[in-house]
Design a protein around this ligand. Structure first.
Ligand SMILES: [Cu+2]
Length: 136
């Protein structure tokens, strides 16, 4: 009675590695094909480095603007929402626009310049907080 059982167990043990061997041989070529040729052509078309389409609202998280670089039309009104825990501003380097201090949880608006160009801005409280508002 025991020998047939052992024979079946031996068969299963022998079949196991064969099955996994078959599966792995099917799996291995797949990732190789998707990683090397697919990533290279898709990288230029992916808009990762360029800013996402600007929706008219800048969100200040703690010590960063999101987005920090964005493009608006001449004279566009931009809403700036402060979701951080300290007061911030969005102030043009040349003073062309300025939200003034925005308390945590508050929002303010600014009017973009009518002159096309790239305007650097910062937070007057935290000068390392910077971005570029482009009028085009
Ligand atoms: Cu700030």
């Amino acid at each position: 009675m025991r020998s047939p059982v052992r024979a079946a167990a031996l068969l299963l043990l022998a079949a196991g590695p064969l099955l996994t061997g078959c599966i792995s041989s099917f799996v291995v070529p797949g990732p190789e094909e998707t990683t090397s040729p697919v990533v290279a052509p898709s990288a230029p078309s992916t808009p990762a480095p360029s800013p996402t389409p600007f929706a008219g609202t800048v969100t200040i998280r703690d010590f960063s603007f999101e987005p920090d670089n964005f493009t608006v039309g001449p004279g566009a009104v931009v809403t700036v929402t402060n979701t951080g825990t300290t007061t911030h501003t969005l102030t043009a380097q040349d003073g062309t626009f300025d939200t003034g201090p925005i308390a945590p949880g508050a929002a303010a608006t600014l009017t973009a310049p009518s002159q096309p160009g790239a305007y650097s801005y910062h937070c007057t409280f935290h000068h390392f907080m910077r971005g570029i508002l482009t009028v085009a």
